[in-house]
Design a protein around this ligand. Sequence first.
Ligand SMILES: Cc1cc2nc3c(=O)[nH]c(=O)nc-3n(C[C@H](O)[C@H](O)[C@H](O)COP(=O)(O)OP(=O)(O)OC[C@H]3O[C@@H](n4cnc5c(N)ncnc54)[C@H](O)[C@@H]3O)c2cc1C
Length: 544
Amino acid sequence: MKRVLVIGSGISGMACAVRCAHHGVHVTLVSPDPSERSQSVMAAGGINAVIAEHEEGDSVACHIEDTLKGGCWLGGQRAVTGLCSHGEEILKMLVGIGTVFSVDKQGQPLRRAFGGQTYKRTYYCGASTGKQIVSALIMEVRRFEAAGLIDRRLRRSFHSALIYDGVCYGALLYDETLDKPESVLADAVVMATGGQNALFGKTTGSTQCDGYAEGRLFMQGAALKNLEFIQYHPTTLETAQKRMLISEAARGEGGRLFYERDGKRIYFMEEKYGARGNLMTRDVISREIGAVKEQVFLDISFLGKKTIDERLPEVRDVCVKYGNINVYTQSIPVEPSVHFFMGGLAVHLNHETNIRNLFSVGECASMYHGANRLGGNSLLAAMYSGGVAADEIAGRPELGSAPDFSEFIAIECDKMEKRQSSDSPFPVMYIRDMLAESMREHMGIVRDENSLDEGIKDADYYLSVAGRLRYDSSVKRYTNYSLTGILTLARAALQCAKFRKESRGAHYRSDHPQTGEEYRSATIITFDDGNYSVRLDKEHEYES
Ligand SMILES: Cc1cc2nc3c(=O)[nH]c(=O)nc-3n(C[C@H](O)[C@H](O)[C@H](O)COP(=O)(O)OP(=O)(O)OC[C@H]3O[C@@H](n4cnc5c(N)ncnc54)[C@H](O)[C@@H]3O)c2cc1C
């Protein structure tokens, strides 16, 4: 029987596992925490689709156009066409497995407007779209577990891929419960490990998604794509631990951004961009907020208690709980913060990386969103990409016997075990915090060459220190061994941002404010003998 190892159990990992199981392929599904704690459960706003019976002027062609335009033409026509054309099928499938979408009094599904969309096409489940989808998928996973087709293993973290001669045969994992490594051989490995939040520390996302897997695979020969495109969400609320998202739904329902000058409200987005100013794409609004000297506020109070309670309960609750703000009467102080990573593992249309039998899906793959993701499109992409990878794997022959990885495994386990003495005064978490601070400063909403060079200098220094660190027993073994991968990923992202000498979408260079036709291609970075080699994907190698 064909065997697949899926690493990460958010929406994309589960979508892939379930579809593989439908094809009769056996899946080992691993993650450190249960799916109920994946970042996917945080998604509140909704999922995009064009459903023929509710079109009212909208069309799949328009969804494709909005997605390509929002991504500043880096999304890849064929990829985006595939994504948007499957919206209806995916939504109907989700309903079929028990996802309960919000409906009006006539039982018609409700939709909301999200930034960069010509029509309302974001379907939602109250304030918990991600949670609802995760719950429905968990039930499907359990069904296939009972049938013996899915083997769910928790407390497992990725360590490295088992690669021989450009082909992936499985992965080395770390089993936190037994505190020991575990190798799993498979006919295909699917990475579904989400975003890269550790690069910036405080973001709107989950700290589980730290980017280590991408960094480590990069060091093992996997190409990465579009790392410079990091989405800052324009409206987040500061708290001690993280940035709380004030969903775009608040502006979709009519919320208005403003600042005050001389006691007068200035609705700066509407003044500059007209009636749809508050629903410009996230990159545009984040930059505009960044340019305002005063504190920016979001006002939803005028929508009234009924609309807020019915349509925006998550915004109301986040504001009361984390900011002591009563949104019925008060405006919300907002700031942009890192929210989503358009870049990640470079994959072909079938979601295979440049390493044969190594696939990547969901947020850790770079494919559909180009230079800027539209709200509601990533849940769709997580579902769609999981299915695409599963169909591809199901259609492939079994791999046959794997080479002997015992020497590689012994070396890696030895490194994982080692409690080195150190000539560095810094503990692991201190370096991670320093990296995050440096990245926030040098890879912000606006960048320039000098600042990126400073960031590169910092990352190189932390990398040089990381090799000399003492094992830190106050944090998990995973936190110790993941440091170099995270630092390498950050260094690669800075290199990509330096390479792209133009401004496009989420990548804004104050020293190159123009958008250059010669840069209308994805950035591909590889790690060749310790060197970071960046190029543009002019031949569209990763769009085929
Ligand atoms: C606050 C918030 C709100 C959002 N709202 C929306 C929305 O309304 N609509 C929308 O379309 N998108 C939204 N997004 C984005 C969307 O939620 C994510 O892009 C999507 O859920 C990612 O799914 P995923 O399966 O790729 O990854 P995740 O759900 O992040 O799952 C990653 C999995 O990988 C595991 N993992 C991580 N590292 C390792 C490792 N080293 N080893 C093993 N396992 C690992 C994790 O434990 C987890 O199981 C939102 C994001 C945030 C942060």
